[in-house]
Design a protein around this ligand. Structure first.
Ligand code: MN
Length: 259
């Protein structure tokens, strides 16, 4: 392999999933780490414009060297690709997130955003998440599949503006039924607006609720794959255009222009 693998995450540099990802990927090449100094889960694709970014050396739980940055996951990847490391990586892998990132989760996910930052900048990228129910037990399973897939991506490359979004069942390797290539499924959120009063009598709001669910019957989706104990690999494109709607909207264009 020429070049190194850059890893990051959205849970912070001390998260166990990051270390498991590093241990998985070290089997196939050199791994460098730059990750947020705190948890940015569900922070989406951010770019810090109005304050400086600080990067400091740190060490992971196994004693190995890493860098922590006070920006978002996507900032971490941008800093690395724009010159913090003198050479650019051959591949960027983000994770392992201790929750699935399926369906419309990918618009909220900092894990996916870190991979998307790399894809936009022309570096092949993979986002890896573990579908944890209560407590993460099988990060090593996700680390193993991350390594197998990373090897293939390093050999074959990826099309432009594309990342692979990987979701792994929280199970031992022997319990995985196989790998399913999937499309995004339909996530169902149970968010509620919780309204309380602060000590000064002003209302404040908290968006919360049960863990999101999803349509498990929709065959071929990421949600279906996890429900059936398959590792899900979804090719995700940066271009979010709804191509099917372009022709219909064309007929609106002249009316919108009329005066
Ligand atoms: Mn997270």
């Amino acid at each position: 392999m020429t070049g190194y693998i850059l890893i990051s995450n959205d849970d912070g540099v001390d998260a166990p999933g990051l270390l498991a990802l590093k241990h998985g990927l070290e089997k196939i090449g050199e791994v460098r780490v730059i990750a947020p100094d705190r948890n940015w889960s569900a922070a989406g694709h951010a770019k810090t414009l109005h304050r400086p970014l600080r990067v400091r050396p740190t060490s992971l739980a196994d004693g190995s060297d890493a860098y922590k940055c006070d920006g978002a996951p996507s900032d971490c990847v941008a800093v690395a690709l724009l010159g913090f490391f003198s050479e650019r990586p051959a591949l960027v892998v983000s994770g392992i997130n201790p929750n699935a990132n399926v369906g419309s989760d990918i618009t909220y996910s900092g894990t996916v955003a870190a991979a998307m930052e790399a894809a936009i900048d022309g570096v092949p990228a993979i986002a890896v998440s573990l579908d944890v129910d209560e407590q993460a037990r099988h990060f090593a399973t996700a680390g193993e599949y991350a390594a197998r897939l990373a090897q293939r991506v390093l050999e074959n490359g990826l099309p432009p503006d594309t990342l692979l979004n990987v979701n792994v069942p929280d199970a031992a390797l022997s319990e995985i039924r196989g790998v399913a290539i999937t499309r995004c499924g339909k996530r169902i959120y149970y968010d509620q607006l919780i309204t309380r009063q602060d000590p000064f009598g002003h209302p404040y709001y908290w968006i919360g609720g049960e863990r999101p669910g999803g349509d498990k019957e929709l065959h071929g989706t990421d949600i279906w794959a996890l429900a059936n104990h398959y590792v899900s690999i979804t090719p995700v494109h940066v271009d979010m255009t709804n191509h099917a709607l372009i022709a219909e909207l064309e007929s609106w264009a002249s009316q919108l222009q009329a005066r």
